[in-house]
Design a protein around this ligand. Structure first.
Ligand code: NCD
Ligand code: ZN
Ligand code: ZN
Length: 478
């Protein structure tokens, strides 16, 4: 049987290495060719992309689908619909669910549920808290591992926390044996608590403003990253550090990369887009707003990190909670949950930074597509638009202006911390393996279309930017 062919005509293809005026010819699930626009070859169907941007489908290494256990907040269907609407074709989800995914049995159960529901390709980072399960989870196809150092209560579940150096060392050794990635949320929990109580003792209210300020203090992140990197140097485990926004952490991570330590760095937009004024108007929805966005030096370090490639990827930390769940945070920030939905507006938010001159478009595309694909060992099957790549595509209308609004979203919780902001540039069509899964505001995929992405064991590969996009010239910032 011959494959159905599709021609995406008239768009500008953007990848990490630059832009190209070319049509995309797709055959079945794969990219068949990049065509000169004058090439007369015909296809079974055409998609008009005149005036639009054509990007590889976005890949997210930080999803919280909330399944199992918290399906009132989100599930695999709603999370993946939101992802598709935001231009994502692949995500990897996190183990802080109920019960946490720390055994092969729980992993298999989760996988069975997702197989029925997920409409994007998906993977799962399992918790490495039971040493004897680590090799078994790897063998069962875990995409990688994830643990937290922040702890207290859900969603920062103490059952998924590892901070003690002896435990870190034995865990890193066991994961290094598997060749898989381990994602870490670094945090110096006891230091944070002490600093927070000191602020309160000085007379500041124990509220979400004080919390946001202390939660994002450089030392709280830098100290944790320093210890993680030292343990990593002993073991060679491939590590990805998330939520990176502290200049002190970036300095340590840049040095480790230069030394060849196999570490990659993720940041997520809420750390450098949510402001103190958003907390005033939105309460806990806008955490961690404030302490980073009000500090020009901290902001400059983040843009610098993204520009130089010290920050490899921008993940979503799509972490939905119901609005009523956030009232607990407002009552007692030390025990309440926070986190926010991000899939549907992340690309538009980041495109506004490109427009503002904070970030180059090809760096953004790299951080959202090629870099995460390389980290998972999937490149160029994913994260690229080359002959033979999966036909995972997002078409963006760069001129479409809109305001994200609560109540108009695919995610179950149906609110956004960017409510009412003005964005320009929006995904209008998403294709996964040759099938349109989102178009004209409608989801067009059936539940279960997504396929599981198993972990690919890799030799430690330092995430130095020069290795990751040799064709790209780094421009000094003026
Ligand atoms: C996440 C959550 O709600 O699961 N919360 C958050 O802070 N965004 C957990 C996490 O990523 O730390
Ligand atoms: Zn986290
Ligand atoms: Zn998270």
């Amino acid at each position: 049987m011959t494959e159905t062919t599709t021609r995406i005509r008239g768009g500008t293809i953007h990848t990490s290495s630059g832009e190209l005026n070319a049509d995309l010819l797709i055959s079945g699930e794969k990219v068949a060719a990049l065509l000169d626009p004058a090439n007369p070859v015909s296809a079974d169907r055409e998609i008009d992309a005149q005036g639009k941007w054509v990007l590889p489908g976005l890949i997210d290494l930080h999803a919280h689908t909330r399944s199992p256990g918290y399906e009132q907040k989100e599930d695999f269907l709603t999370a993946s619909r939101a992802a598709a609407a935001g231009g994502y074709t692949t995500f990897v989800d996190m183990p802080n669910v109920e019960p946490p995914t720390v055994t092969v049995e729980l992993f298999e159960e989760k996988r069975a549920v997702a197989n029925e529901l997920c409409i994007v390709d998906w993977g799962h980072f399992v918790g490495p808290t039971q040493l004897e399960e680590i090799p078994k989870l790897a063998k069962a196809g875990a995409t990688g591992f994830k643990f937290f150092q922040v702890t207290g209560g859900y969603p920062h579940d103490p059952r998924l926390a590892i901070a003690d150096p002896a435990r870190l060392l034995e865990t890193f050794e066991a994961i290094a044996e598997t060749g898989l990635l381990c994602v870490v949320h670094p945090f110096a929990q006891t230091l944070f608590e002490s600093l927070y109580h000191r602020e309160v003792a000085k007379g500041r209210p124990g509220d979400i403003f004080t919390f946001s300020d202390v939660y994002t203090r450089d030392i709280v992140w830098r100290l944790a990253v320093a210890i993680l990197l030292e343990v990593q140097r002993e073991t060679g485990m491939r590590m990805q550090v998330v939520h990176t926004h502290a200049p002190g952490s970036l300095r340590l991570l840049a040095q480790a990369k230069a030394d060849g330590v196999p570490v990659t760095v993720a940041t997520d937009p809420k750390y450098f887009h949510l402001r103190e004024e958003d907390i005033r108007s939105q309460g806990a929805r806008a955490i961690p707003g404030g302490a980073v966005t009000t500090n020009p030096d901290r902001m400059a370090a983040i843009w610098e990190g993204l520009d130089s490639g010290v920050i490899d990827i921008i993940d979503s930390d799509h972490a939905p909670h119901l609005l009523e769940d956030l009232t607990l945070m407002e009552e007692d920030p030390l025990i309440g949950p926070f986190g926010s939905p991000h899939y549907e507006h992340l690309l538009s938010l980041m495109l506004s930074d490109v427009q503002a001159g904070n970030l180059r478009l090809n760096r953004l595309v790299h951080a959202l597509t090629e870099a995460p694909a390389r980290i998972l060992g999937l490149y160029p099957r994913k994260g690229a638009l080359q002959p033979g790549s999966d036909a995972d595509v997002v078409i963006v209308d760069p001129d479409l202006a809109y305001q994200p609004l609560d109540g108009q979203m695919e995610c179950k919780s149906n609110w956004t911390p960017y409510h009412g902001r003005d964005f320009v540039g929006k995904p209008i069509l998403t294709m996964l393996r040759g099938k349109v899964i989102f178009s004209d505001g409608e989801i067009t995929a059936e539940p279960g279309y997504g396929r599981y992405i198993a972990g690919v064991p890799q030799e430690p590969a330092p995430g130095r930017p020069s290795d990751m996009h040799p064709g790209l010239h780094l421009r000094p910032r003026s």
